[in-house]
Design a binder for this molecule. Structure first.
Ligand SMILES: [Zn+2]
Length: 476
């Protein structure tokens, strides 16, 4: 039975820019300082303090917009978004409203259900962060930490182009990858440097008009994106099927309960009374400035993946895995070049290297030259693949030169015909019955002899060479 309901999702993503200082003052943006130690009259909102826009933050925002294929406008305007909240000392947030920094971009991602989807980026604008309310520090009281007040953000508003919670996750993963690639944010959801709100609605399959949507907030970990949206989608479908209607409201996700609840109405404010900030001139960008930001962009993940397919002959799937992050892509490419074995390099990166990195804080612990050497030792017959994995693990844990490590582990393969011939003589002498049977035509005994020889050599014999010598001796 085809699904009766279609889900429509659009994401609004807030991304903290990687700057040393705040958006409109010189205070530090470092994470984890004691509360209210990184503040000044500007970000405390004291009367008479004047903001001045941070050029570095503007440059990073422009890079983000360019990487998303947006049109960057030569003139944009900072506006005041007015609302009352304890963690907002000025009573307004400086944002951009009717004249944002950039509009009309695209993010193409791979959907498991629909293939390549070109999701629209409606707009990208600059704003400042609010402070943080802390509810668990004092009994029956809320504390406010203003270290985060004024930290630079971009908000990336995606169109209603996503059709399932899984697509939302795929879109967000790709967006995160792109922003990390270009180095404008660390995109750490746990530290709050990447935050996502989702607009969700459902409609009967075949309908074209959009129904009333809700906004899901409080999705504070990557793992919860799909869960939170599934819960809200199912709630809306159940509501519709029982004859109810969805009302426009903000839903807060509770990850412990895996449920959503409406935000209390007094926490909501629909009229922000936006107006241009009289303390800040319009943001005017010269073509030279925009071109300079463009030149700072590295090769983007999609282009890199296509190049790896074309240059190194990798499959699209393999190229996608090794371009998952910029660090992994650079690592793969160095190993591919120095070993001249791109497919082997990709295999090692996708298995041993990434598995080891996963257990060690994403650190690629075996250097590219060391991995190239390991690949070379396997290719030259010095190490079996199994032994090479042991050497890799040892080099990862303790460092060192792979060949010396292999020697000290005693796993160097013996590819010397004379030594192997000695083992062959011993094995044949120890198994006269099997030799007899083999000579009478039972050639399926060969794996038995190879196995015995590997045992006699304590696993050090080059198995291919061993089989050749065995065949020669048994034929004579
Ligand atoms: Zn400040």
């Amino acid at each position: 039975m085809p699904p009766a309901w279609e889900t429509i999702i659009g994401l609004e993503t807030h991304v903290q820019l990687r700057t040393k200082s705040k958006m409109f003052c010189g205070c530090s943006t470092a994470f984890g300082a004691p509360p209210n130690t990184q503040v000044c009259p500007v970000c405390l909102g004291l009367p008479g303090a004047l903001p001045a826009a941070n050029g570095a933050a503007i440059g990073l925002a422009v890079r983000g917009a360019l990487a998303l294929g947006c049109t960057v406008h030569p003139k944009s305007v900072f506006a005041r978004k007015n609302y009352f909240y304890p963690d907002l000392p000025k009573g307004y947030q400086i944002s951009q409203f009717d004249q944002p920094l950039a509009t009309s971009g695209t993010l193409s991602f791979l959907s498991a259900e629909r293939g390549i989807v070109n999701a629209t980026i409606v707009r990208l604008h600059i704003e400042e962060d609010a402070g943080k309310s802390i509810h668990d520090r004092f009994a029956k009281a809320t504390a406010v930490d203003l270290n985060r007040s004024g930290v630079p953000l971009i908000e990336i508003v995606g169109g209603p182009d996503l059709r399932s919670p899984a697509e939302a996750r795929a879109y967000l993963q790709l967006l995160k990858q792109l922003l990390e690639y270009i180095g404008i944010s660390d995109c750490d959801m746990e530290k709050g440097s990447l935050r996502v709100d989702a607009n969700v609605s459902v409609r009967r399959v075949g309908d074209t008009a959009l129904n009333t949507r809700t906004e899901v907030k409080n999705i504070n970990s990557f793992a919860f994106v799909e869960k939170a949206l599934t819960v809200e989608r199912d709630r809306q479908i159940a509501l519709n099927e029982s004859g109810g209607t969805v009302t426009q409201q903000t839903m807060l996700y509770d990850s412990k309960e895996n449920s959503v609840r409406p935000q209390r109405s007094k926490e909501e404010s629909h009229d922000y009374r936006y107006f241009p900030d009289p303390d800040l001139p319009p943001l005017v960008l010269t073509p030279e400035f925009v071109a300079e930001q463009q030149s700072e962009l590295p090769e983007l993940p999609g282009a890199k993946r296509d190049r790896f397919v074309a240059t190194y002959g990798l499959s699209r799937e393999h190229a996608t895995v090794v371009t998952a992050s910029r660090a992994v892509a650079d690592y793969f490419e160095t190993v591919a070049k120095t070993s001249a074995e791109p497919q082997h390099a990709a295999n090692w990166v996708m298995t041993e290297a990434l598995a080891d990195a996963k257990d060690h804080n994403d650190e690629l612990r075996v250097s590219p030259p060391a991995l190239s050497q390991i690949i070379g030792l396997v290719k030259g017959g010095t190490l079996s693949h199994q032994a090479a994995k042991r050497v890799f693990a040892e080099v990862a844990a303790k460092g060192g030169d792979p060949r010396s490590v292999a020697e000290s582990l005693g796993v160097i393969q013996v590819a010397d015909t004379n030594i192997i011939a000695g083992w062959v003589t011993d094995v044949l002498a120890a198994h006269p019955t099997e030799v007899e049977r083999y000579k009478k035509g039972e050639t399926k005994l060969m794996p038995f002899f190879v196995g015995q020889l590997m045992r006699a050599s304590k696993g050090k014999a080059d198995p291919k060479l061993a089989q050749r010598v065995l065949e020669e001796k048994l034929a004579s």
